[in-house]
Design a protein around this ligand. Structure first.
Ligand code: SF4
Ligand code: MG
Length: 340
């Protein structure tokens, strides 16, 4: 299937201003620094990484909710960054966002009805009252809420129900692409699976394409077809969900996965624990060369600190941004000890 959306070398840099004497730019936060990826129609792409890696900014940049600094966003064959005003508004209807905390993203003084109608109004789709009413009821039914929810307010619902309202709000505009930023991380574990299952059902019924952003690898494991891992503004690894969980190849992904507890505590965990040196560097002052070299247990002198590795296909469909991916995979390079 053709890509529905494709990012080409996307960059989102935020200027750091010094407001003291002059309002001048003293540097940049390189939140997203050259990411290329594509998402096929009907696919679920899981984007994971620690907080501060740029994954949320990437999601917002992709929708132009923050303006990218450079690069292309090709949506259904059109470069979004070239669209203006009305054209961009039309395109935006086709791409909706679901946020982490439904309470903070929903206005507590607005009824569910007015929350849902808002988007329709913004796109001039709220003129026919009977049709609006039907759309709202159908949308609520699709997310498993009764029509009586329309006259209620967000605080009258549980966390899981509120996220269903957040999903309904995105769905009401009949989008093709949904960017979901941490859609279940504010919910109890028992509710997380319900919401993810609902998202999967909706995808199957409506042919939706998802970009699901999460810091928790377990969240995207089953729902994602493809998983991308971000570190300090860059994509360091990308593969099918199956391949990346079975054999993570980038040292950063290996470390992330080694920190995830095995699901069955009676099974002996034979995986090697990979400890990372130091803290996440600031995205305003990222390390030279491979951005992971200051923490990488496999880092090699000179090259890792000097040359930025490109994301490249190492084995079929598995892309890794590491100079030594092959040597690490076949054991020619061993990790060095890291002082904890
Ligand atoms: Fe580690 Fe070097 Fe690979 Fe970067 S390029 S992940 S520092 S081995
Ligand atoms: Mg985030």
């Amino acid at each position: 299937r053709a890509p529905l959306i494709e990012l080409r070398d996307l960059k989102v840099h935020f200027p750091i201003k010094s407001g003291l004497l002059f309002d001048r730019t003293v540097g940049y936060v390189y939140a997203v620094d050259g990411v290329s990826l594509s998402i096929r129609s009907g696919e679920t792409y899981g984007l994971v990484g620690e907080s501060g890696c740029g994954k949320s900014t990437l999601g917002r940049g992709l929708l132009r909710l923050v303006e990218p600094t450079d690069g292309e966003i090709v949506f259904d064959g059109t470069d979004l960054r070239a669209l203006k005003g009305e054209q961009m508004r039309q395109a935006r209807r086709r791409m909706q966002m679901i946020f982490q905390d439904p309470l903070s993203s929903l206005d507590p003084r607005q009824s569910v009805e007015s929350l849902l109608v808002e988007g329709l109004k913004a796109h001039g789709l709220a003129d026919d009252k009977a049709e609006v009413r039907k759309t709202l009821r159908d949308t609520l039914a699709a997310v498993g809420l009764p029509a009586s929810a329309l006259s209620k307010y967000p605080h009258e619902f549980s966390g899981g129900q509120r996220q269903r309202i957040g999903i309904a709000r995105a769905l009401v505009l009949n989008p093709e692409l949904i960017v979901a930023d941490e859609p279940v991380s504010a919910l109890d574990v028992s509710i997380q699976a319900q919401v993810l299952n609902l998202m999967e059902d909706l995808q199957n019924e409506r042919g939706l394409t998802y970009l699901i952003i999460a810091h928790d690898l377990a969240v995207v494991r089953h729902i994602a077809d493809t998983v991308g891992v971000m570190y300090l503004g860059g994509l360091v690894e990308e593969a099918s969900s199956e391949d990346i969980y079975r054999e993570p190849m980038h040292p950063y992904t290996k470390a992330l996965m080694s920190a995830v507890p095995v699901p069955d505590p009676t099974v002996e965990d034979r995986r090697e624990r990979i400890l990372l040196a130091g803290d996440l560097p600031s995205p305003a002052n990222p390390p030279s060369g491979c951005r992971f070299h200051t923490r990488c247990p496999w880092a090699q002198p000179t090259r890792c600190a000097n040359e930025r590795p490109q994301l490249r296909e190492v084995v079929g469909g598995h892309r890794v941004a590491c100079h030594f991916a092959e040597e690490i995979a076949d054991g020619r390079l061993r990790p060095h000890e890291v002082e904890a």
